[in-house]
Write a protein that binds this ligand. Sequence first.
Ligand SMILES: [Zn+2]
Length: 755
Amino acid sequence: MRRHSLPAIILLSTLATSATPDGNQPLAGYSAEGTRVERDWEGKFRSLPSADNQRDYMKRLSARPHHVGSPYDKDNAEWLLAKMKEWGLDAHIENFDVLFPTPKERVVELVEPTKFKASLEEPPIAVDPTSNQQTEQIPTYNAYSADGDVTAPLVYVNYGVPDDYEKLERLGISVKGAIVIARYGGSWRGIKPKVAAEHGAVGCIIYSDPRDDGYFEDDVFPQGPMRNKNGVQRGSVMDMPIHPGDPLTPGIGAVPGAKRLDLKDAKTLTKIPVLPISYGDAQPLLSAMKGPMAPEAWRGSLPLPYHIGPGPAKVHVAVTSGWDTKRLYDVIVKIPGSTYPDEWIVRGNHHDGWVNGAGDPIAGAVAELEEARGFAELLKQGWKPKRTIIYGLWDGEEPGLLGSTEWAETHADELREHDAVYINTDSNGRGFLEAGGSHTLEKFINGVAKDIQDPEKKISIWQRARANHIVESKSDDDRKEIRQREDLRIPALGSGSDYTVFIDHLGIASLSLGYGGEDHGGIYHSIYDDFYWYTHFSDTDFSYGCALSQTVGTAVMRLADADLLPYDFTALADTIHRYSDELQRLLKKEQDRITEQNKELQDGDLVANADPWKPYVLPAVEEVPPHLNFAPLLNASDALTRSAEHYRKALDTVTKSGGLTLGEASIQSLNTKLIQSERRLTSTDGLPGRPWYKHLIYAPGFYTGYDVKTIPGVREAIEQKKWKEADQQIVIVSTVLQDEATLINSAATELEKHQ
Ligand SMILES: [Zn+2]
């Protein structure tokens, strides 16, 4: 490509950033002059977010319950729209019509050996002014539970994850025909009824144990931040590891006239009825149980012996929902790019809550609002972002990531072509920066974090996060690595917020950002997550709300204004190496475990060891897992490492020789290539059994829900003992990684041509 002369000569610096913040160091993807201008605008921006504004917005947005379909949900969307317009931004509302069941009948009662009826109510608290809005509060329930009316013996299943059922089997306890009671925690809630139904249970009760979410942690509300005996965690039990979004329109936008499935064909509803209860309501049920004592790790903090059952407690559970279609109101703001309008940076946070939802989601939404106001201010002062910036305030996140999923599915083709990055926030609190996401953005977000000041400690939030990682490290090796490494590692994303459709379905490089770790919270998805709670127990002065605005706003600006998109591939390659090591260790561990178990069986050790007074069922002899062929993955991982080094070196060479001159056109072609780098990590077929999930490196676990499974096709095949599928998936993911390496090499070669 030819060299351009003025006006479009851009001097690019290396993408490498130093370990310590340095105002004079050129920013990744910027020329020295571009860096100076950018830092100037970013500095102006960071002075704008106001804590008082955030407090006012939160007071307004959380004043009344605002779940999907409620009057105040729509009212909030219209208020948000009006705010954006008042600031001079181009904003509109996009509507989608989605299946959203609301509770009609809810019963949990003990019928034997004694009688007790669960209240299923969260009473108002005098000091908490919004806790008495009963007429507008959505009752406590789990959205997308199947309708049903069952009476059966009760079995306590701990967290209700697959491992717990393994233990029950050893104890000779079956949940077939039983109602299970599981405590919240250990997995995403939707996994509990899913696994219970797979094991033959006919109903599921989920309760909040004070051990995990109550007085074991801290004082309870309103004396303290934690869940009191009446607090209930609402929440969706939609089978989101299959696909999130409207159950009736998988893969397409739920716009008017969209082809919808019949309710009976929806794949993401539970098979059995499920209801959440408080520990006040759970205590009489658990007290009425007998049978073996629960293993020590299963016991919670209620003052009772934790028995497993089954029975003699027998319970009646009934759930009926109104299966109605409700309208979503996504607020969308667009700031057109001046140089590369067809390259997009998208940022979002949801605005719907389960009830008043001050922490979740308004704490994140008010930070996003202050960013938008800040951008509006900068635009008036002459700031011209090169790329198009899109701000979304999503509706319907709580029931199943509805607003973001339906919007992104509707605009899927445009997003695949144009969207370089998606940045998500959700609730926010006090403490440390928590950043997760695509490893192509690891270096980038470390760079941003080095430039943001912690509001309490007055050091960079990066230094604080690093100190936290060091102090909380589990091993000397980890500590050593953190001290030596230029950047902090970021965890991969699973699910649980609105980034899911962007990264997992569309393959858009994504980040999830927020502050937390210093404030306790036990009001999640209850009526007590409100302005009173937030301003007494969380980020009470909104200083971390402002830090969040500064962090995300800076990231968005830096991405939107860069000449060259600041992806880096060395962290990706490094991470893929770690994942393939993990997979090999996982297989080895499983081989060793089964070999050992078979030996203990054959030598009679398990029989000899068992207490004859207690029930014990021997495991069956299992086939030892075969060796898998990891060679294609190791080769692809090496190829990726070489290509990442190639790209890094191309930029370094250019910098050392005084900078790279590239015209806008040739930068655009390079950026177009780079934008596709995350897309290359997807496959059109998606993951085995769940084709909506297209990303082959990151996905929420089929049996964990929120927690990520990395290289999920291979990992879950190993976990589920599908050896042939594991070998096939190794080949599939290796091909994708080889393609990624080819793309990165070609980007590096393009850079070298212009030295
Ligand atoms: Zn949320």
